[in-house]
Design a protein around this ligand. Structure first.
Ligand SMILES: C[S@@+](CC[C@H](N)C(=O)[O-])C[C@H]1O[C@@H](n2cnc3c(N)ncnc32)[C@H](O)[C@@H]1O
Length: 265
């Protein structure tokens, strides 16, 4: 049977998002904890998730004893996160907000922006402005972890497809991450990408085909130059995955670049 089509953004379906993206959450939180212990302010416990989505990292870190805050553009994601925090009996400060503005008050020891959210910053000015705003919210020596897709080969830039499947309590979510090479603008280095969920619940199968979103290709060397231009951070390290033992390297079997930045000054 063909899945029933729902014309909407996957970000309006936080429960399916939470199921579909749960696979590496614990390892990613281990990585954040290791970074904070090794390089962050001593005994730093205050964390900020930028583009927190359904809050998989915040919920896990709250359970591990951190004081957690986050924001996301999607009201559905934020409402879901608040509800899940209530069910889990943990405190999470979650608000709706745009990563261009970083609309939070308070001071944090660690900020992070995971799973490609950073690539919604489309221009150099947006990236530099964002880095400065995040720096202003960090305590002295505070850390910022970013994580985004980079091409595995030159001729695969903006032409990659990934898919995986996750299950929970009888619901199966198949996630397709698609890049659309015909939409590439080589001057501003943007292209459209898309998330599609195929959800199976009992007999019913539904396809949620999100809006295509324009995102930015950020290459490793230009990211370093943009960080330098912001004056806000020094680079502690770049990794091919959420593994401090795996520095970013050509030919690494990874689709991600994870960077650890430390507030300057
Ligand atoms: C791929 S999800 C990542 C969510 C979460 N960081 C994670 O690792 O599961 C991207 C998230 O970015 C949010 N988003 C998109 N544009 C944004 C913006 N301009 N400001 C803040 N959040 C944004 C979406 O609503 C979505 O929750």
């Amino acid at each position: 049977m063909m899945p029933k089509k729902l014309p909407a953004s996957v970000y309006q379906y936080p429960r399916y998002y939470a199921i579909g993206y749960q696979w590496n959450t614990s390892a990613e939180c281990d990585f954040l904890q290791r970074c904070l212990k090794a390089h962050g302010p001593s005994s730093g416990r205050r964390v900020l998730d930028i583009g927190c989505g359904a809050g998989r990292h915040l919920l896990e870190l709250a359970k591990r004893g951190y004081r957690v805050s986050g924001f996301d553009l999607s009201p559905e994601m934020v409402a879901y996160l608040r509800e899940e925090a209530g069910k889990a009996g943990v405190e999470v400060a979650a608000t709706v907000g745009d990563l261009r503005a970083v609309p939070v008050s308070g001071t944090f020891d660690l900020a992070f922006c995971l799973m490609d959210t950073f690539r919604f910053l489309l221009t150099n000015e947006e990236i530099i402005g964002h880095l400065r705003r995040v720096g202003e919210r960090l305590s002295p020596g505070g850390l910022y972890v970013t994580d985004f897709w980079i091409p595995t080969q030159w001729d695969r830039a903006a032409n990659e497809i990934y898919q995986w499947e996750q299950q929970e309590n009888g619901t199966t979510v198949r996630v397709f991450y698609l890049q659309h090479p015909e939409t590439v603008n080589p001057i501003d280095q943007t292209f459209e990408d898309e998330l599609v969920f195929v959800v199976q619940e009992g007999e019913e199968s539904r396809e949620i085909r999100g809006d295509r979103t324009r995102t930015r290709l950020i290459l490793p060397q230009e990211f370093r130059a943009l960080i330098e231009a912001s004056g806000a951070f020094d680079v502690v390290g770049a990794y091919s995955d959420f593994d401090v033992e795996k520095p970013l390297a050509a030919g690494a079997d990874s689709w991600r670049m994870v960077s650890l930045l430390k507030k300057r000054g």
